[in-house]
Design a protein around this ligand. Structure first.
Ligand code: EPU
Length: 438
Protein backbone atom coordinates (compact mmCIF):
# COMPACT_ATOMS: atom_id res chain seq x y z
CA UNK A 1 0.00 0.00 0.00
CA UNK A 2 1.20 3.51 -0.73
CA UNK A 3 2.14 5.56 2.29
CA UNK A 4 0.25 8.73 1.36
CA UNK A 5 -3.47 9.38 1.36
CA UNK A 6 -5.18 12.52 0.07
CA UNK A 7 -8.27 12.90 2.22
CA UNK A 8 -11.10 15.15 0.97
CA UNK A 9 -12.81 15.98 4.25
CA UNK A 10 -16.19 17.33 5.22
CA UNK A 11 -18.37 14.29 4.44
CA UNK A 12 -20.05 12.55 7.41
CA UNK A 13 -19.03 8.89 7.66
CA UNK A 14 -22.05 6.70 7.21
CA UNK A 15 -22.57 2.96 6.84
CA UNK A 16 -21.35 -0.27 8.35
CA UNK A 17 -17.94 -1.80 9.05
CA UNK A 18 -16.79 -4.89 10.97
CA UNK A 19 -14.16 -5.15 13.69
CA UNK A 20 -12.50 -8.47 14.45
CA UNK A 21 -10.27 -9.66 17.29
CA UNK A 22 -8.35 -7.24 19.51
CA UNK A 23 -4.78 -6.52 18.44
CA UNK A 24 -3.72 -6.33 22.07
CA UNK A 25 -5.11 -9.78 22.78
CA UNK A 26 -4.45 -11.72 19.58
CA UNK A 27 -0.69 -11.10 19.66
CA UNK A 28 -0.50 -12.38 23.28
CA UNK A 29 -2.64 -15.47 22.59
CA UNK A 30 -0.26 -16.29 19.72
CA UNK A 31 2.65 -16.19 22.18
CA UNK A 32 0.69 -18.37 24.64
CA UNK A 33 0.52 -21.08 21.95
CA UNK A 34 4.28 -21.54 22.50
CA UNK A 35 3.50 -22.98 25.94
CA UNK A 36 1.41 -25.86 24.63
CA UNK A 37 2.61 -29.32 23.72
CA UNK A 38 -0.04 -29.61 21.01
CA UNK A 39 -1.29 -27.20 18.28
CA UNK A 40 -3.62 -24.28 18.95
CA UNK A 41 -6.25 -22.57 16.84
CA UNK A 42 -7.12 -18.89 17.17
CA UNK A 43 -10.19 -17.42 15.47
CA UNK A 44 -11.44 -13.91 14.73
CA UNK A 45 -7.84 -12.88 13.92
CA UNK A 46 -7.62 -9.55 12.06
CA UNK A 47 -5.24 -8.98 9.14
CA UNK A 48 -2.98 -6.41 10.76
CA UNK A 49 0.77 -5.96 10.66
CA UNK A 50 1.32 -6.87 14.33
CA UNK A 51 -0.07 -10.35 13.63
CA UNK A 52 2.49 -10.67 10.83
CA UNK A 53 5.31 -9.57 13.15
CA UNK A 54 4.41 -12.14 15.82
CA UNK A 55 3.94 -14.84 13.15
CA UNK A 56 7.47 -14.13 11.92
CA UNK A 57 8.91 -14.37 15.44
CA UNK A 58 7.07 -17.62 16.17
CA UNK A 59 8.29 -19.15 12.91
CA UNK A 60 11.87 -18.22 13.80
CA UNK A 61 11.42 -20.32 16.93
CA UNK A 62 10.20 -23.37 15.03
CA UNK A 63 6.43 -22.84 15.42
CA UNK A 64 4.55 -23.85 12.26
CA UNK A 65 1.93 -21.21 11.53
CA UNK A 66 -0.79 -21.65 8.93
CA UNK A 67 -3.43 -19.05 8.31
CA UNK A 68 -6.74 -18.56 6.59
CA UNK A 69 -6.71 -14.75 6.71
CA UNK A 70 -10.15 -14.23 5.19
CA UNK A 71 -11.74 -16.58 7.72
CA UNK A 72 -9.56 -15.06 10.45
CA UNK A 73 -8.16 -18.42 11.53
CA UNK A 74 -4.58 -19.06 12.68
CA UNK A 75 -3.20 -22.52 13.44
CA UNK A 76 -0.06 -22.61 15.55
CA UNK A 77 1.90 -25.83 15.97
CA UNK A 78 4.66 -25.52 18.60
CA UNK A 79 5.72 -29.19 18.54
CA UNK A 80 9.22 -28.41 17.26
CA UNK A 81 10.11 -25.24 19.17
CA UNK A 82 13.80 -24.40 18.85
CA UNK A 83 16.23 -21.61 19.63
CA UNK A 84 16.38 -18.92 16.98
CA UNK A 85 19.56 -17.21 15.79
CA UNK A 86 20.15 -13.90 17.54
CA UNK A 87 20.74 -12.18 14.18
CA UNK A 88 17.35 -13.40 12.88
CA UNK A 89 15.53 -12.20 15.99
CA UNK A 90 17.40 -8.93 15.82
CA UNK A 91 15.93 -8.32 12.37
CA UNK A 92 12.62 -7.81 14.22
CA UNK A 93 14.11 -5.14 16.53
CA UNK A 94 11.97 -2.04 16.75
CA UNK A 95 8.94 -3.60 15.06
CA UNK A 96 6.78 -4.28 18.12
CA UNK A 97 6.74 -4.62 21.90
CA UNK A 98 5.59 -8.25 21.80
CA UNK A 99 9.08 -9.92 21.79
CA UNK A 100 9.42 -9.21 25.52
CA UNK A 101 6.47 -11.57 26.13
CA UNK A 102 8.31 -14.49 24.53
CA UNK A 103 10.58 -14.70 27.62
CA UNK A 104 8.51 -16.91 29.94
CA UNK A 105 7.39 -19.43 27.27
CA UNK A 106 10.90 -19.69 25.80
CA UNK A 107 12.51 -20.08 29.22
CA UNK A 108 10.14 -22.97 29.93
CA UNK A 109 10.61 -24.58 26.52
CA UNK A 110 14.29 -23.93 25.87
CA UNK A 111 15.85 -22.54 29.03
CA UNK A 112 16.88 -19.31 27.28
CA UNK A 113 15.56 -16.32 25.36
CA UNK A 114 16.94 -13.32 23.48
CA UNK A 115 15.03 -10.05 23.31
CA UNK A 116 15.98 -7.41 20.72
CA UNK A 117 15.46 -3.67 21.19
CA UNK A 118 11.70 -3.18 21.34
CA UNK A 119 9.46 -1.07 19.15
CA UNK A 120 5.90 0.12 19.60
CA UNK A 121 4.49 3.62 19.60
CA UNK A 122 6.53 6.58 20.85
CA UNK A 123 4.03 7.73 23.45
CA UNK A 124 6.33 7.78 26.47
CA UNK A 125 9.51 6.19 27.73
CA UNK A 126 7.93 2.69 27.82
CA UNK A 127 10.56 0.99 30.03
CA UNK A 128 10.62 -2.80 30.64
CA UNK A 129 11.89 -2.72 34.23
CA UNK A 130 8.75 -4.44 35.60
CA UNK A 131 9.16 -7.26 33.06
CA UNK A 132 12.80 -7.87 33.94
CA UNK A 133 12.12 -7.69 37.70
CA UNK A 134 9.38 -10.30 37.28
CA UNK A 135 11.61 -12.66 35.31
CA UNK A 136 14.41 -12.29 37.91
CA UNK A 137 11.96 -13.06 40.72
CA UNK A 138 11.07 -16.35 39.03
CA UNK A 139 14.80 -17.19 39.07
CA UNK A 140 15.82 -16.15 35.54
CA UNK A 141 19.23 -14.59 34.95
CA UNK A 142 19.01 -11.39 32.93
CA UNK A 143 22.05 -10.22 31.00
CA UNK A 144 21.73 -6.87 29.21
CA UNK A 145 24.09 -6.61 26.24
CA UNK A 146 24.60 -4.08 23.50
CA UNK A 147 22.31 -5.78 20.94
CA UNK A 148 19.54 -6.80 23.34
CA UNK A 149 18.80 -8.84 26.44
CA UNK A 150 19.88 -12.44 26.95
CA UNK A 151 17.83 -14.33 29.55
CA UNK A 152 18.33 -17.84 30.83
CA UNK A 153 16.80 -20.14 33.42
CA UNK A 154 19.54 -22.12 35.22
CA UNK A 155 16.77 -24.38 36.61
CA UNK A 156 12.98 -24.62 36.50
CA UNK A 157 11.42 -21.24 37.24
CA UNK A 158 9.93 -20.96 40.72
CA UNK A 159 6.55 -19.43 41.66
CA UNK A 160 6.83 -16.17 43.58
CA UNK A 161 4.98 -13.22 45.17
CA UNK A 162 5.09 -9.94 43.30
CA UNK A 163 3.50 -6.52 43.75
CA UNK A 164 3.50 -4.28 40.69
CA UNK A 165 4.23 -0.57 41.31
CA UNK A 166 1.54 0.16 38.66
CA UNK A 167 -1.05 -2.20 37.10
CA UNK A 168 0.87 -2.61 33.83
CA UNK A 169 -0.85 -4.63 31.10
CA UNK A 170 2.37 -6.02 29.64
CA UNK A 171 3.91 -6.87 33.02
CA UNK A 172 0.74 -8.70 34.08
CA UNK A 173 0.85 -10.69 30.85
CA UNK A 174 4.54 -11.41 31.40
CA UNK A 175 3.75 -12.78 34.80
CA UNK A 176 0.86 -14.93 33.56
CA UNK A 177 2.84 -16.41 30.67
CA UNK A 178 5.70 -17.23 33.04
CA UNK A 179 3.82 -18.39 36.16
CA UNK A 180 1.55 -20.94 34.48
CA UNK A 181 4.41 -23.41 34.07
CA UNK A 182 6.61 -22.33 37.00
CA UNK A 183 6.93 -24.61 39.99
CA UNK A 184 4.45 -23.79 42.80
CA UNK A 185 2.19 -20.82 43.52
CA UNK A 186 2.56 -17.29 42.18
CA UNK A 187 0.66 -14.31 43.55
CA UNK A 188 0.48 -10.98 41.73
CA UNK A 189 -0.81 -7.93 43.60
CA UNK A 190 -1.86 -4.72 41.78
CA UNK A 191 -2.40 -6.64 38.55
CA UNK A 192 -3.92 -5.14 35.41
CA UNK A 193 -7.41 -6.55 34.74
CA UNK A 194 -8.08 -5.30 31.20
CA UNK A 195 -10.58 -7.45 29.22
CA UNK A 196 -7.72 -8.50 26.92
CA UNK A 197 -5.93 -9.92 29.99
CA UNK A 198 -9.07 -11.73 31.10
CA UNK A 199 -9.30 -13.30 27.65
CA UNK A 200 -5.65 -14.35 27.88
CA UNK A 201 -6.54 -16.02 31.18
CA UNK A 202 -9.41 -17.79 29.34
CA UNK A 203 -6.90 -19.10 26.81
CA UNK A 204 -4.43 -20.24 29.48
CA UNK A 205 -7.20 -21.99 31.39
CA UNK A 206 -8.19 -23.85 28.21
CA UNK A 207 -4.53 -24.92 27.98
CA UNK A 208 -4.63 -26.44 31.47
CA UNK A 209 -3.51 -23.54 33.69
CA UNK A 210 -4.98 -22.86 37.14
CA UNK A 211 -5.54 -19.12 37.61
CA UNK A 212 -7.86 -17.22 39.96
CA UNK A 213 -8.64 -13.52 39.87
CA UNK A 214 -9.74 -11.75 43.06
CA UNK A 215 -11.76 -8.55 43.15
CA UNK A 216 -8.83 -6.55 44.56
CA UNK A 217 -6.41 -6.82 41.60
CA UNK A 218 -4.81 -9.98 43.00
CA UNK A 219 -4.17 -12.87 40.60
CA UNK A 220 -3.06 -16.29 41.86
CA UNK A 221 -1.54 -18.94 39.61
CA UNK A 222 -0.86 -22.53 40.55
CA UNK A 223 1.95 -23.75 38.29
CA UNK A 224 1.40 -26.95 36.28
CA UNK A 225 3.86 -29.31 34.56
CA UNK A 226 2.35 -29.31 31.12
CA UNK A 227 -0.04 -27.33 28.98
CA UNK A 228 -1.80 -28.28 25.76
CA UNK A 229 -3.04 -26.31 22.75
CA UNK A 230 -6.25 -24.25 22.78
CA UNK A 231 -9.11 -23.34 20.47
CA UNK A 232 -10.36 -19.83 21.05
CA UNK A 233 -12.26 -16.97 19.43
CA UNK A 234 -10.64 -13.61 20.22
CA UNK A 235 -12.64 -10.86 21.91
CA UNK A 236 -13.44 -7.83 19.76
CA UNK A 237 -11.08 -4.90 19.33
CA UNK A 238 -12.64 -2.25 21.57
CA UNK A 239 -9.99 0.31 20.59
CA UNK A 240 -10.81 0.00 16.91
CA UNK A 241 -14.55 0.16 17.69
CA UNK A 242 -14.08 3.37 19.72
CA UNK A 243 -11.91 4.84 16.96
CA UNK A 244 -14.70 4.44 14.37
CA UNK A 245 -17.22 5.74 16.92
CA UNK A 246 -15.12 8.88 17.40
CA UNK A 247 -14.82 9.27 13.63
CA UNK A 248 -18.63 9.07 13.33
CA UNK A 249 -19.07 11.71 16.02
CA UNK A 250 -16.43 14.08 14.73
CA UNK A 251 -17.70 14.01 11.12
CA UNK A 252 -21.36 14.22 12.16
CA UNK A 253 -21.96 10.70 10.85
CA UNK A 254 -23.64 7.40 11.65
CA UNK A 255 -21.56 4.19 11.76
CA UNK A 256 -22.65 0.68 12.68
CA UNK A 257 -19.66 -1.22 14.06
CA UNK A 258 -20.42 -4.91 13.60
CA UNK A 259 -18.57 -6.99 16.16
CA UNK A 260 -18.33 -4.21 18.80
CA UNK A 261 -19.39 -5.43 22.26
CA UNK A 262 -20.83 -3.46 25.16
CA UNK A 263 -19.27 -5.00 28.31
CA UNK A 264 -15.70 -4.05 27.39
CA UNK A 265 -16.74 -0.54 26.32
CA UNK A 266 -18.82 0.67 29.28
CA UNK A 267 -16.51 3.57 30.14
CA UNK A 268 -16.28 4.67 26.50
CA UNK A 269 -20.06 4.51 26.00
CA UNK A 270 -20.70 6.64 29.09
CA UNK A 271 -18.28 9.28 27.85
CA UNK A 272 -19.63 9.13 24.28
CA UNK A 273 -23.10 9.84 25.66
CA UNK A 274 -21.86 12.72 27.85
CA UNK A 275 -20.23 14.36 24.82
CA UNK A 276 -23.60 14.22 23.06
CA UNK A 277 -23.13 11.16 20.85
CA UNK A 278 -25.80 8.50 20.71
CA UNK A 279 -25.52 4.75 20.32
CA UNK A 280 -27.77 1.74 19.89
CA UNK A 281 -26.61 -1.70 20.94
CA UNK A 282 -27.84 -4.98 19.48
CA UNK A 283 -26.59 -8.57 19.50
CA UNK A 284 -24.30 -8.06 16.50
CA UNK A 285 -22.68 -4.73 17.20
CA UNK A 286 -23.11 -1.06 18.13
CA UNK A 287 -24.42 1.85 16.04
CA UNK A 288 -22.68 5.13 16.92
CA UNK A 289 -24.14 8.37 15.63
CA UNK A 290 -24.26 12.14 15.95
CA UNK A 291 -27.89 13.02 16.71
CA UNK A 292 -27.56 16.65 15.58
CA UNK A 293 -27.22 19.76 17.75
CA UNK A 294 -24.12 20.79 19.71
CA UNK A 295 -21.64 18.32 21.14
CA UNK A 296 -20.83 19.02 24.80
CA UNK A 297 -17.46 19.61 26.46
CA UNK A 298 -16.35 17.19 29.20
CA UNK A 299 -13.74 16.57 31.87
CA UNK A 300 -12.03 13.24 31.25
CA UNK A 301 -9.28 11.22 32.86
CA UNK A 302 -7.69 8.17 31.26
CA UNK A 303 -7.01 5.20 33.52
CA UNK A 304 -6.41 1.48 33.69
CA UNK A 305 -9.47 -0.79 33.36
CA UNK A 306 -12.28 -0.30 34.30
CA UNK A 307 -11.49 3.35 33.61
CA UNK A 308 -11.43 5.20 30.29
CA UNK A 309 -8.63 3.63 28.20
CA UNK A 310 -5.66 5.72 27.16
CA UNK A 311 -6.04 4.31 23.62
CA UNK A 312 -9.51 5.84 23.33
CA UNK A 313 -8.20 9.27 24.26
CA UNK A 314 -6.54 10.27 20.99
CA UNK A 315 -9.51 9.60 18.65
CA UNK A 316 -11.98 11.18 21.07
CA UNK A 317 -9.91 14.37 21.43
CA UNK A 318 -10.56 15.07 17.73
CA UNK A 319 -14.31 14.87 18.36
CA UNK A 320 -13.86 17.20 21.37
CA UNK A 321 -12.51 19.91 19.02
CA UNK A 322 -16.09 19.95 17.68
CA UNK A 323 -17.73 20.20 21.14
CA UNK A 324 -18.99 23.47 22.61
CA UNK A 325 -16.94 24.82 25.52
CA UNK A 326 -13.75 23.80 27.34
CA UNK A 327 -12.90 20.11 27.64
CA UNK A 328 -10.17 18.94 29.98
CA UNK A 329 -8.36 15.63 29.38
CA UNK A 330 -5.92 14.26 31.96
CA UNK A 331 -3.74 11.40 30.60
CA UNK A 332 -2.58 9.24 33.51
CA UNK A 333 -1.29 6.10 31.74
CA UNK A 334 1.40 7.47 29.38
CA UNK A 335 3.42 10.59 30.12
CA UNK A 336 3.69 11.70 26.49
CA UNK A 337 0.47 11.00 24.62
CA UNK A 338 -0.47 14.50 23.45
CA UNK A 339 2.21 14.91 20.75
CA UNK A 340 -0.46 14.26 18.14
CA UNK A 341 -2.25 17.50 19.12
CA UNK A 342 0.45 19.60 17.34
CA UNK A 343 -1.02 18.59 13.97
CA UNK A 344 -4.56 19.31 15.19
CA UNK A 345 -3.50 22.82 16.22
CA UNK A 346 -2.05 23.25 12.71
CA UNK A 347 -5.54 22.41 11.38
CA UNK A 348 -7.21 25.10 13.49
CA UNK A 349 -7.98 23.29 16.76
CA UNK A 350 -7.52 25.21 20.01
CA UNK A 351 -5.68 22.82 22.31
CA UNK A 352 -3.23 23.70 25.10
CA UNK A 353 -1.20 21.08 26.89
CA UNK A 354 -0.13 21.45 30.52
CA UNK A 355 2.32 19.77 32.87
CA UNK A 356 -0.10 19.97 35.80
CA UNK A 357 -2.68 17.28 36.60
CA UNK A 358 -5.84 19.09 35.46
CA UNK A 359 -9.41 18.19 36.16
CA UNK A 360 -8.95 15.23 38.47
CA UNK A 361 -6.79 13.67 41.10
CA UNK A 362 -3.00 14.08 41.00
CA UNK A 363 -1.26 11.28 39.07
CA UNK A 364 2.31 9.91 39.04
CA UNK A 365 3.30 12.34 36.23
CA UNK A 366 2.23 15.46 38.16
CA UNK A 367 5.51 16.80 39.52
CA UNK A 368 7.68 15.44 36.72
CA UNK A 369 7.62 17.91 33.87
CA UNK A 370 5.45 15.87 31.49
CA UNK A 371 2.82 17.60 29.32
CA UNK A 372 0.06 15.18 30.17
CA UNK A 373 -3.08 17.33 30.50
CA UNK A 374 -4.88 19.02 27.61
CA UNK A 375 -7.50 21.74 27.43
CA UNK A 376 -9.54 21.74 24.23
CA UNK A 377 -11.69 24.72 23.37
CA UNK A 378 -14.41 24.25 20.78
CA UNK A 379 -16.06 24.07 18.50
CA UNK A 380 -13.41 24.98 15.94
CA UNK A 381 -13.76 24.28 12.24
CA UNK A 382 -10.78 22.22 11.07
CA UNK A 383 -8.98 23.03 7.85
CA UNK A 384 -7.03 20.65 5.63
CA UNK A 385 -3.29 20.26 6.16
CA UNK A 386 -0.23 18.16 5.37
CA UNK A 387 0.08 15.66 8.21
CA UNK A 388 2.70 13.08 9.14
CA UNK A 389 1.35 10.08 11.11
CA UNK A 390 3.21 9.99 14.47
CA UNK A 391 2.03 6.67 15.97
CA UNK A 392 -0.79 4.17 15.62
CA UNK A 393 -3.61 5.84 17.59
CA UNK A 394 -2.34 9.37 16.95
CA UNK A 395 -2.27 8.47 13.25
CA UNK A 396 -5.87 7.30 13.21
CA UNK A 397 -6.79 10.51 15.05
CA UNK A 398 -5.13 12.54 12.31
CA UNK A 399 -7.15 10.62 9.80
CA UNK A 400 -10.33 11.54 11.70
CA UNK A 401 -9.23 15.18 11.72
CA UNK A 402 -8.62 15.08 7.96
CA UNK A 403 -12.08 13.52 7.42
CA UNK A 404 -13.64 16.26 9.59
CA UNK A 405 -11.76 19.16 7.97
CA UNK A 406 -12.90 21.12 4.94
CA UNK A 407 -10.56 20.65 1.98
CA UNK A 408 -7.95 18.09 0.99
CA UNK A 409 -5.35 16.91 3.50
CA UNK A 410 -2.24 14.92 2.64
CA UNK A 411 -1.79 12.25 5.33
CA UNK A 412 1.69 10.70 5.14
CA UNK A 413 2.99 7.55 6.80
CA UNK A 414 -0.38 5.78 6.82
CA UNK A 415 1.27 2.34 6.77
CA UNK A 416 1.77 2.82 10.53
CA UNK A 417 -2.01 2.61 10.87
CA UNK A 418 -1.94 -0.92 9.37
CA UNK A 419 -0.28 -2.09 12.58
CA UNK A 420 -3.62 -2.07 14.34
CA UNK A 421 -6.49 -1.24 11.95
CA UNK A 422 -7.51 -4.00 9.55
CA UNK A 423 -8.21 -2.88 5.95
CA UNK A 424 -8.87 0.64 7.12
CA UNK A 425 -8.92 2.17 3.64
CA UNK A 426 -11.54 -0.37 2.51
CA UNK A 427 -13.57 0.52 5.61
CA UNK A 428 -13.23 4.24 4.89
CA UNK A 429 -14.53 3.57 1.39
CA UNK A 430 -17.47 1.58 2.77
CA UNK A 431 -18.36 4.56 4.96
CA UNK A 432 -18.38 6.96 2.03
CA UNK A 433 -15.15 8.77 2.87
CA UNK A 434 -13.62 10.62 -0.07
CA UNK A 435 -9.90 10.02 -0.55
CA UNK A 436 -7.27 9.19 -3.15
CA UNK A 437 -4.14 7.15 -2.84
CA UNK A 438 -1.01 8.75 -4.17
N1 EPU B 1 5.60 0.66 32.62
C1 EPU B 1 6.78 0.78 33.30
N2 EPU B 1 7.63 -0.30 33.32
C2 EPU B 1 7.34 -1.47 32.67
C3 EPU B 1 6.12 -1.59 31.99
C4 EPU B 1 5.25 -0.49 31.97
O1 EPU B 1 7.06 1.81 33.88
O2 EPU B 1 8.16 -2.41 32.73
C5 EPU B 1 4.67 1.81 32.56
C6 EPU B 1 4.57 2.38 31.13
O3 EPU B 1 5.64 3.25 30.83
C7 EPU B 1 3.23 3.08 31.15
C8 EPU B 1 2.41 2.21 32.12
O4 EPU B 1 3.35 1.42 32.85
O5 EPU B 1 3.35 4.37 31.66
C9 EPU B 1 1.41 1.32 31.47
O6 EPU B 1 2.03 0.51 30.47
P1 EPU B 1 1.52 -0.97 30.16
O7 EPU B 1 2.62 -1.92 30.50
O8 EPU B 1 0.20 -1.15 30.78
O9 EPU B 1 1.37 -0.91 28.58
P2 EPU B 1 1.86 -1.97 27.53
O10 EPU B 1 1.61 -3.36 27.99
O11 EPU B 1 3.23 -1.62 27.03
C10 EPU B 1 -0.45 -2.22 26.32
C11 EPU B 1 -0.95 -1.98 24.93
C12 EPU B 1 -1.04 -0.50 24.68
C13 EPU B 1 -1.98 0.13 25.69
C14 EPU B 1 -1.50 -0.20 27.13
C15 EPU B 1 -2.46 0.31 28.18
C16 EPU B 1 -0.12 -3.90 23.75
C17 EPU B 1 0.81 -4.44 22.73
N3 EPU B 1 -0.04 -2.59 23.99
O12 EPU B 1 0.84 -1.64 26.35
O13 EPU B 1 -1.61 -0.35 23.39
O14 EPU B 1 -1.98 1.52 25.52
O15 EPU B 1 -1.34 -1.62 27.27
O16 EPU B 1 -3.73 -0.25 28.01
O17 EPU B 1 -0.94 -4.61 24.32
C18 EPU B 1 -1.91 0.56 21.27
O18 EPU B 1 -2.61 -0.43 21.00
O19 EPU B 1 -1.81 1.56 20.50
C19 EPU B 1 -1.16 0.61 22.51
C20 EPU B 1 -0.19 1.49 22.75
Amino acid sequence: MTDLLYVHGGTPLSGEITVRGAKNFVSKAMVAALLGETPSELRNVPQIRDVGVVTGLLELHGVRVSADPEAGVLRLDPTDVESAHVADIDAHAGSSRIPILFCGPLLHRLGEAFIPDLGGCRIGDRPINYHLDILRQFGAVVDKRENGIHIRAPRRLQGTKITLPYPSVGATEQLLLTAVRAEGMTELTNAAIEPEIMDLINVLQKMGAIISVDTDRVIRIEGVDRLVGFQHTALADRIEAASWASAALSTGGDVYVRGATQPEMTAFLNTFRKVGGEFAIDDEGIRFFHPGGDLKSIVLETDVHPGFMTDWQQPLVVALTQAKGLSIVHETVYENRFGFTDALRGMGATIQVYKECLGGRPCRFGQRNFSHSAVISGPTPLTAADIEVPDLRGGFSHLIAALTAQGTSAVRGISLIDRGYENFTAKLEALGAKFDRD
